[in-house]
Design a protein around this ligand. Sequence first.
Ligand code: FE2
Ligand code: FE2
Length: 539
Amino acid sequence: MGSADWAERQQILLAAGILVTGQDTKKKIENLPDLTPLIEAATSSQVHVLSSRSIDELLMLVPSSESIEISTQVVKSAQATLPAPDNPSPIGRVIAPIDSPKITPAPRPHGLSHYNLADFPMLATDVDSEIEIHFDITGNSVTEGKMADMRSCFSDRLKKIRNMMLTGGILPRRPISNGEAWRNRQRYSSNEYEVTIIGLVNGPRWTKNGNLMFMVEDETTQIQCFLKPPAGANPLHAALDGLMNDDVVGVSGHFGGDQTDLFFCSNIHLPPLKPRAKTAASADQAVSAAFLSDTHVGSNTFLEPQWQKMIQWFKTDSLAKTIRYFVLSGDGVDGVGIYPGQDRHLAIKDLFDQYGKLATLLEELPDWIDIIILPGNHDAVRPAEPQPALTAEVQQYYSDAVFVGNPCDFSLHGVRILSYHGKSIDDFVAGLRSVTYAKPEMAMRAMLERRHLAPSWGGKTPLSPEPEDSMVIGTVPDIFVTGHVHGQFVSDHKGTTIVHSSTWQDQTDYQRMLGFQPKPCILTVINLHTHASASIPFA
Ligand SMILES: [Fe+2]
Ligand SMILES: [Fe+2]
């Protein structure tokens, strides 16, 4: 290849935002018959500099001419990508395409042992709809995005959660301000003269000896705290599990006196979350609600045959006839331009066509069901949470649905439901040892325990600095539902039913490379009177 040819190739790569380093890399590029697959693999993997190593990794994602021939006989796989740069997982490789699962009828009406039809006593058609919205940001966002709004948001959070601690009677003594504690640090320098302070956590980290260090900041000043795990502590104790940036905590302890300015915590206090009895819909309103999220319509991994199987089930199964509400907690469509290279993974490339298709699919549900739709991070609304409802332009596709923001706090027949798409689970996975993508329910538990849906500013969850922090969980719900992570889980935490709702998207290439196995096509059904739950699989 002449130098003119190389210059042309270099120009093409530069135009695609890709820089080449090293003679070795140049040679490999010169030997390629076509640059397009390499550019697509690099763009999808967010690789902007090609080195001798990164080009080898990317070329393993590029189908060879042989594999292209084979792929005409099997299910076509979408562009594989390298793991995201901030992900420590090992480099992914192209995995052989797999056959689509065979569709068999749903295992109802009598195939599941974990629930009893007697727990779902009432037909949905016998009861009028009763939805009461307690919080929805739609039309109520007042932030101007200024520093003053952010300050107000954090002091509102601190005030609300501090009040929960004070009125909940969980503190050993009346707390004092950080400023007062600091001024009197000589006096509070032994465990006989302990004080309690409350503030926002900043920069939690473990020392090499396994102790937790973090700053606690209130309106007056910040204090460096040191927390040693108590002997025999539960792994979920903050000293072992960790803290999130911007959590509100109380700490009791004393200063180090002349030796150090450190505050040695003898105890850490989270807001109270006492076991409680659920509110139940009355016996003459014993209908059910179904929970789902992350349908990702428009993606080429949306599982349409399984959706048809669910529609059949709705038309024939007696349990389906008890379902009065269908809550879709975000990521209804896959969206457009959500991540680099998404185009290759889309079966429907136009955003409005995606929403149109979702509307068609939801239309097939029986008309006795009220559909409640929240947005998620793939939807066409502002990503900063709280997110407002989908726009009127999108809503016009739907003949009959209730559009709300994310999160939304509402009641169905008096049963309090907090639905949140769950983007902050990404931050909880990074921040707490107990939370993994395979266990998103542990993030939900952590949200309830700290009475906040998304504490960390500047993490993976974009937050809107509303002067009132409505991500605080003011009222503990009877049912707490999230999605986003594409798992499925139902359990109880201190009287709140935790529902991590399932997706309708098959495993993506990216998830496959990370070794993550989603749990798609499971409808979670909860009776609002008995609180019995059923998880119906359609995969
Ligand atoms: Fe999703
Ligand atoms: Fe999501």
